[in-house]
Structure formats: structure tokens, C-alpha cells
Design a protein around this ligand. Structure first.
Ligand code: ATP
Ligand code: MG
Length: 873
């Protein structure tokens, strides 16, 4: 039987033999694309080629792509584990033609690969083609039909509707008809009884789609119309895990060698057995085996679980997994992180980024699990509270939603707990709350993008900003975008000096001058590889030649910060060790911020050493050399590549002394390090499990910062009238502690005096010893303390003490148990009902001791009288 490794290799070998360039998987976490958080199809990394933004360097390509389908247009999360063929993270095998071959070859090759190479039983295969769509004015895909007819019986070619057989990337963009290949994996007996073709595209767990061949020939416009593309492309995707299952003749993806190792490990850890069934326990096994892959690979690509955006998607997957082992495998400790090492070994040669960071990923996941397990326990307590107080027979929608949103309880868990307690859940109200939240987040992220308006023709757009900060050029196209109620325009220039936000470096700002008219560029971003300038208003004639100028001062400061980031990265590895790798960075004109993997807080000593090294490198005035090299060569030089970053075959290498810092980087850098001037670290903190953050300043910003600090020390010296303020402050602190002790002793003595005076003022009212007085003390606590102290000298008593402290009235009431019982009195009640209204304030306490504070100090006399009256009654 072929192993999964062999099956993957055969796919790539097959398409290599058909003239395809084999390319690496793009990172699973998407950057520079506002429409996608994660890669959800093999074609994502080639979008620019389909859109015509960029010419493909090869006309045929093939790969295996890490995909994640838990957000946006494709979201399979709730199916995963429940069925046996949808995963969160999966590998999509794909082959592409960029304006090269079309339906004929694509169809012939898929058939050849499946039946000749993999030897799948032709008898079990069905294909679907697009039946056409009247509304769109699209005819049936005859071309695909005719190609299929050559290799497969006509009654196995099924017609599919627009929903299944017309593939679209998103609301707008490249699209076209597709043809799918389905496999009937049922036993012969069953196949005889029910015709397989009736089960295609019908959610039958044994009749599944394995491969989709998309023929991209249209562009969907904003108004819904279709435009024919100048070039026609092929985009295919085959689920690797499904393919392996079919070839290894299993009935579930989880029974293949892709997942069996992890399932076995879960069996070892939990002491339970996976029984292949539909039981919740078996689902839990599958959920763990699946989810650990999604969590591990995204973390390795730099997307850690967090509170927002893509990080929150990962957190939700992780929580779903924890909840499954906690509830259905009865395992109450962190489990997932124990699976990382095995997984990393399994994929060591396919996706080495996980193996290289196995320890880091393990730690991140363990801490995340620990913290969620604590939340989960709190959530279960919350459920108990709800069950206690639920007078109705229902858990209401708000509570169910809070459990979901805050404690990560999916509705089926809440439902289960409810039914175990003979309650139900108000599902409609829950759904309504869910919808409200969805609307809120949609409103917050909705971007309304209009079609591009072409202005001037240009074959390609060029970035010249590494060497020039101004260019004379023209607008190629522009479009209007609306998000969060704000309208802006995106502009594409033929030549642009504007650096688009990437690699942590912020986008340039500056101006566009059309004739006499000047328009401010507020930001520059990339969409895939297209550089887009943002402007708030359109010039009166956008077709005019334009002078594009970058804000030079800002760009320079940014550049200092970027080179300093590289110097610091190398220094951190020298001081802390080579486990330090970049986990995030921000390089702006004002600051540099750098997140990196490291497991403990940096000591002051370590921070000083890093600062020293970087400043040394600045003083050495090292020339910064930039080279374009083949990737392999750059890596051989020892260049640091970042995990989760997509690199082409040729890479840009930034070198500040080949023996010190070599990084792959697309950012802008100084000519020589001396330009940076000064480097100073302003903060070191934790951002996530195993990730630290440094913030630092360079150039004029660093000098201002240091001057400011020096100024503060000087000012302190002037205030203290000494040269060395630190010593003087130490002395002051010591003196302060001594003085406080002294005051405490004096106050205690004073209280004893007051108490003795009070004891002389006692009266007997209706058999109760009553003491009521206005006294002089410095704080409200003293009143309370006196009430307590008097207890030791009195038996059946009621005390009311009042004081004016800094113009405000304070009152304390104390009494003995006996008086409270005999006279049916309650100090807290007296405060609430009689005292608080009188002094215009509030307060409370216990039955035998209560206090109040208020606004009207003139009423203190009345306070004493009114309490005494209660005894007289
Ligand atoms: P399905 O209808 O089974 O969800 P799909 O129509 O969403 O599949 P495509 O978007 O065409 O699938 O993706 C191409 C191929 O990727 C599919 O033929 C299938 O083999 C595989 N695939 C899609 N979604 C998943 C998933 N969640 N897990 C594993 N493989 C998948
Ligand atoms: Mg799907």
C-alpha cells in the first residue's frame, strides 16, 4: 500500500513530468490581502497572475498547499470530526496553467493520474460538469463534456448547477465553470443496491468529491456582470487527505497514516480507545487529531492564538479541541501540546517550519490550554449558578450567548448540560444574540470596494522607492473603497516611490501633484503584490501626469528604525541565544517594536547588553549592502528567513557586516549604520506565551528620550538641592517609613485617650449603656476602631461616634449582640434608614457594626440625637 508520503510525491512527480514547476506551499497565514485571513485554496498565492496584476514567472505550476477553512467564504469547522472528510487544516494538491493549457489537458491529466498512476477503480469514479445558467447567460460546458467523453462513460458525466460547478474566488474577481471528480467508496453490495450517481454531491460520507478542476475564464464585476478574461487559466485542487483515504482503501480520512499516529498518541495519553464510531468520544478523537494540525501549523507560521482577527480564529479552534477532550474524553489537563512533537516529526520534510519550532509551538499551545481550562472551570461554575437561579425551565438566550462568547461553550455543550438538568435552552434568543454579534462585526469590518477605473494603459507597475523618493509618472487605475463609513480612493501608479506596508514597515505617506493640484497620500498598502496609494479625494483631472513624492523625513526615520531592528535582532540572538526568532515587528517613523520568541523576562543586564551591542554596531558605521540572490544561495550565506513569510526564487538580502547580520528583507535601509545615531530600548514586556516585545527608539527620537530622562534627574536634583538625587531619594524614603511608624504610635496613643474620655460619658437609656459623641480624629477608620475597642469595656451597649474629617461627616455605630436582640436593632439598617439620609451620604456594614460617610457635616449633632432616640422609644 502506498504511504501518504509516496502519494504526495507521486502527485508532484507526475506534474513535474508534464512540465510543471513545483513550488513550495505559501504560508497558511495570509498577508497583504484584505479579503482573506488564511489560505483557503491552492490558488490564493497565484491570485495576482489570474487578475493580471503580474506576469507569472512560469506558465505551469504544481504544489501541495496548507489550507485552513474555518473563516470567511469557506467554513467547515462544525463538520470537522463529526464527519470523516472535512478538516480545518488540510493539504490541497494543485496544478495550474497560467494562460497555457486549458480544459483538454487538464481533464486528460487528472484522469491519467487517478487511473494510471494511482490505479483508482474507474468503476467508482464520477465527474460533474457545469450545466449552464440561464440568468447568467452561460451555456453548458460542452468543451469539458466532450473531453470527458473521451475517457469515461457518458452516464458517469453528471450535470451540476452553478452552486456546485461554477467556482468563484469571492464576491468579485476571477471565476469560471469547474468540473469535479467524485469517488464512490461504498462496498460492492451497497453499490449494487443504490446507484452511485444519485449520491454525488449529496453529503454521503462514502461518496465524496476529491478533485475540482476550475477553468478560469471570467472576471466577476461589482455590478454582478461577467467579463471575459484575456487569458484563460486552469486552477485545480485535490484534497490530499481524501485522496490518501481512497488510495489506502479506508472509509475515513482518520484511518489513513496521516492521522493514525496522532490518534494512537491520544489513546496513550487518555487511556481510551478510538472506536471509529459516531459517538461523541470518537468525534473527540477525530477533533483532536484534526485540530492540532491547524493550531500547530498556523502558530509555526507566526499566527498565535489571540483575542482578535486571525488569532481569534485559532483560539476558537483550540478551545473546541479542549472542550472535546475535557467533556468527552474526561481528560482535565492540557493535552494538545503533547501532540506537537509527533506531528512535527511526521511533517519534518514536508513542512519543516513546524519541526524547527516544535518547542516554541508546544509552549504556546500549553499555556493557551492552561488558561482556557481555567476559563472552562469558571464557565462550568457559571452554568451551576444559572441552573440554581433559573426559575424557568429554560436557560435564556443572553446566558447561553455569554457562555458561548466569554467561556467558549458552543451551544451543543450548553444544550447537553441543560438537558442533563431537565432544562432547555432558549435557542431562538441565542440565535438572535449570535446574529447581533455577527452584524456588529460585519459592520466593523465591511469593506465596500468598487470596480477599478482604468485611466492610463501600463504593462506593468514598478516600485522605485529603494533609490528614489520622487517620480514623474501617471495613474494606471483607481477605485473607490468605503469602510467604517469612510470613503477613500485607491490609486495605482505606473512607477511609484511609495513603499507599501509590509514586513512590519509602515506604508509611506506623501503627495501626488497633478498639474497645479496637490493631493495627500495618507497610506500605502499592498494587495497581494499590487502597490496601492490611498488618497482622501480625487484630483479634478486624474489622467494628468503626476509627480509622486514621498514624505522624506518620515521615510528616513522609518529607515533608521528598520536597520536598527536588524541590528537588534542579531544582538538578541547573541545575548539570549539562537532560539530567538522574529514573531512580529512594527517599524514606523516614531518607534520600532519587535516581538520575538523567548521564554523569560529579559533582565536589566541583558537589555543593557543588547543596547550596547547595537550602539557599537552603529558607531562602527557598517555599510549596509543589499543584494538580490537566489534563495538557496542566500540561505547558504546564513541569511535569517522568517517563518510564515512568502519568498520568491530570488530574494533581497540585507547585510550589515556578513559576520553579524544577514536577513531576507524587502524593507528600506540606511546606507551605513552610523546614520542611525543612537539606539535606546524603552520597554520590554510579554505579548503572549513565549513571546516578548521590545520597544525602542533611534535617531532624534532616541536623543529626545534620553534628554528627557536626564532632564527629569536634573529636576529631581534641583528639587532636592543635591547633585546625586538617587541617594537623596533613598534617604527620603527611609525617613518617610520611620515617620509613618512614629505617627502610627502617636495615633494609637491618642485613640486610647479618646476612648477613656468616651467611657466617662456613658449614660443609661432604657437599660442600655449609650455613648454618643462628636469626636476629633484624622480618619474614618479611627471611628470604626474606637467602636470595636469600646466593646472590651462595655456589656449591653450602643455607641454612635461622629466626626468631621476635612469638612465631611463620618459616622460609626456599634452595639452588643444583646442590645441588637432585645431592642430589635441593626446597625447597618440604622445607617441606611436614619443616618445616610441625614448626612446626605451612604454606608453600610453588619448588624453589630456599621459606618457611613456623607456630604453634610452640619448634621452631626442630629446624628447622635437620632440614634439615642431609637433607644428611648
Ligand atoms: P466539499 O463540497 O466536499 O466541502 P468543496 O466544494 O468545498 O468540497 P473545493 O473548494 O472545490 O471543495 O476544494 C477542492 C478540494 O479540496 C475538494 O475537492 C476536496 O477534495 C478538498 N477539500 C475541500 N474542503 C476540504 C476540507 N474542509 N477538508 C479536506 N479537504 C477539503
Ligand atoms: Mg466545502
Amino acid at each position: 500500500m502506498l504511504t501518504s508520503e509516496e502519494i504526495r510525491k507521486e502527485f508532484l512527480d507526475f506534474f513535474r513530468s508534464k512540465g510543471h514547476e513545483i513550488v513550495p506551499s505559501a504560508p497558511i497565514v495570509v498577508k497583504n490581502d484584505p479579503t482573506l485571513m488564511f489560505t483557503n485554496a491552492g490558488m490564493n498565492q497565484f491570485k495576482d497572475y489570474f487578475l493580471g496584476n503580474k506576469k507569472a514567472p512560469y506558465s505551469r505550476a504544481a504544489d501541495t498547499q496548507k489550507c485552513l477553512r474555518v473563516s470567511g467564504k469557506h467554513n467547515d469547522l462544525e463538520e470537522v470530526g463529526v464527519d470523516t472528510y472535512h478538516h480545518t487544516m488540510f493539504e490541497m494538491l494543485g496544478n495550474w496553467s497560467f494562460g497555457d493549457y486549458f480544459k483538454k489537458d487538464a481533464i486528460a491529466w487528472s484522469w491519467e493520474l487517478l487511473t494510471d498512476v494511482y490505479k483508482l477503480d474507474k468503476d467508482r469514479l464520477y465527474v460533474t460538469i457545469f450545466e449552464g445558467d440561464g440568468k447568467e447567460g452561460l451555456p453548458r460546458d460542452e468543451e469539458a463534456y466532450n473531453e470527458w467523453k473521451k475517457v469515461i462513460a457518458e452516464d458517469r458525466i453528471l450535470l451540476g448547477s452553478k452552486k456546485d460547478n461554477f467556482w468563484e474566488m469571492g464576491d468579485t474577481g476571477p471565476c469560471g465553470p469547474c468540473t469535479e471528480i467524485h469517488v464512490d467508496c461504498r462496498p460492492d453490495e451497497e453499490r449494487k443496491q443504490v446507484d452511485g450517481k444519485t449520491l454525488v454531491n449529496n453529503d454521503h460520507p462514502q461518496v465524496i468529491e476529491i478533485w475540482n478542476n476550475v477553468f478560469i475564464q471570467f472576471n466577476r464585476m461589482k455590478n454582478g456582470s461577467l467579463e471575459s478574461l484575456p487569458a484563460r487559466h486552469v486552477d485545480t485542487g485535490m484534497g490530499f487527505e481524501r485522496l490518501v483515504r481512497v488510495i489506502q482503501a479506508k472509509t475515513s480520512n482518520y484511518d489513513t497514516d496521516i492521522f493514525s499516529g496522532t490518534i494512537q498518541k491520544v489513546e496513550e495519553i487518555t487511556g481510551k480507545k478510538y472506536d471509529y464510531s459516531d459517538s461523541k468520544e470518537a468525534v473527540a478523537f477525530r477533533v483532536l487529531a484534526d485540530h492540532i494540525r491547524a493550531i500547530s501549523f498556523t502558530t509555526a507560521d507566526g499566527q498565535l492564538p489571540s483575542n482578535t482577527g486571525a488569532g481569534y480564529v485559532i483560539r476558537r479552534i483550540l478551545r473546541r479541541a479542549v472542550r472535546y477532550y475535557y467533556t468527552y474524553l474526561d481528560y482535565k489537563q492540557p493535552l494538545l501540546h503533547q501532540l506537537v512533537l509527533g506531528l512535527s516529526l511526521q511533517f519534518k520534510y514536508v513542512f519543516p517550519e513546524l519541526y524547527q519550532q516544535a518547542e516554541f509551538v508546544t509552549r504556546v499551545i500549553r499555556e493557551e490550554e492552561e488558561s482556557f481550562l481555567r476559563t472552562l472551570e469558571k464557565g462550568l461554575k457559571k452554568v451551576d449558578d444559572i441552573l440554581q437561579t433559573s426559575s424557568l425551565k429554560k436557560i435564556d438566550g443572553k446566558n447561553a450567548f455569554e457562555l458561548y462568547d466569554t467561556y467558549g461553550f458552543p451551544i451543543d455543550l450548553t444544550r447537553l448540560i441543560a438537558s442533563e438538568n431537565n432544562l432547555s435552552v432558549d435557542e431562538d434568543a441565542f440565535t438572535a444574540e449570535m446574529q447581533k454579534q455577527k452584524d456588529r462585526s460585519r459592520a466593523a469590518t465591511a469593506i465596500d470596494t468598487e470596480d477599478w477605473v482604468d485611466i492610463n494603459k501600463a504593462d506593468r507597475t514598478v516600485f522605485v522607492g529603494y533609490t528614489e523618493l520622487q517620480s514623474e509618472t501617471q495613474v494606471v487605475k483607481y477605485r473607490k473603497v468605503k469602510s467604517k463609513g469612510k470613503e477613500q480612493y485607491q490609486v495605482v501608479l505606473e512607477t511609484t516611490p511609495f513603499y507599501a506596508e509590509s514586513g512590519g514597515q509602515v506604508g509611506d505617506t506623501g503627495t501626488l501633484v497633478f498639474g497645479e493640484e496637490k493631493v495627500a497620500v495618507t497610506d500605502t498598502k499592498k494587495e497581494n503584490d499590487l502597490i496601492i496609494q490611498f488618497i482622501d479625494k480625487l484630483p479634478s483631472d486624474i489622467s494628468l501626469p503626476v509627480i509622486a513624492s514621498v514624505n522624506t523625513a518620515n521615510r528616513l526615520s522609518t529607515t533608521y528604525n528598520h536597520t536598527a531592528t536588524h541590528l537588534m535582532h542579531a544582538a538578541l540572538r547573541e545575548v539570549l541565544g539562537t532560539h530567538v526568532t522574529q514573531k512580529g515587528s512594527l517599524v514606523s517613523p516614531e518607534v520600532l517594536r519587535f516581538d520575538f520568541s523567548h521564554f523569560s523576562k529579559m533582565t536589566d543586564e541583558e537589555i543593557r547588553r543588547v543596547e550596547m551591542i547595537v550602539n557599537e554596531k552603529i558607531r562602527e558605521n557598517i555599510p549596509v549592502v543589499i543584494r538580490e540572490l537566489p534563495k538557496e544561495e542566500a540561505l547558504k550565506l546564513g541569511a535569517m528567513a522568517l517563518f510564515g513569510e512568502k519568498y520568491g526564487d530570488t530574494v533581497r538580502v540585507v547585510i550589515a557586516d556578513p559576520s553579524y547580520s544577514i536577513e531576507l528583507c524587502g524593507g528600506t535601509h540606511v546606507g551605513a549604520t552610523g546614520q542611525i545615531g543612537l539606539f535606546t530600548i524603552t520597554a520590554e514586556s510579554a505579548v503572549a506565551a513565549g513571546v516578548r516585545r521590545i520597544e525602542a527608539l533611534t535617531g532624534a527620537g532616541a536623543i529626545r528620550y534620553v534628554n528627557d530622562k536626564l532632564g527629569q534627574i536634573k529636576q529631581a536634583g534641583e528639587l532636592l538641592k543635591v547633585k546625586e538625587p538617587i541617594k537623596a531619594i533613598e534617604k527620603l524614603m527611609e525617613d518617610k517609613v520611620a515617620l509613618e511608624k512614629k505617627i502610627e504610635r502617636l495615633e494609637a496613643r491618642q485613640l486610647v485617650g479618646i476612648r477613656n474620655e468616651l467611657l466617662k460619658k456613658d449614660e443609661i437609656v432604657n437599660g442600655v449603656t449609650f455613648i454618643g459623641d462628636i469626636i476629633e480624629v484624622d480618619n474614618a477608620d479611627a471611628l470604626k476602631k474606637l467602636c470595636v475597642d469600646l466593646k472590651t469595656n462595655l456589656n449591653d451597649y450602643l455607641v454612635v461616634l461622629a466626626a468631621n474629617i476635612g469638612g465631611k461627616p463620618f459616622v460609626a455605630i456599634g452595639m452588643s449582640e444583646t442590645v441588637a436582640a432585645a431592642k430589635d436593632l441593626d446597625a447597618a439598617k440604622i445607617i441606611k434608614e436614619h443616618i445616610a439620609p441625614l448626612i446626605k451620604g451612604g454606608g453600610g456594614g453588619q448588624k453589630l457594626l456599621a459606618t457611613a460617610g456623607g456630604q453634610d457635616a452640619a448634621k452631626l449633632g442630629e446624628v447622635v440625637v437620632s440614634v439615642k432616640k431609637l433607644l428611648e422609644a
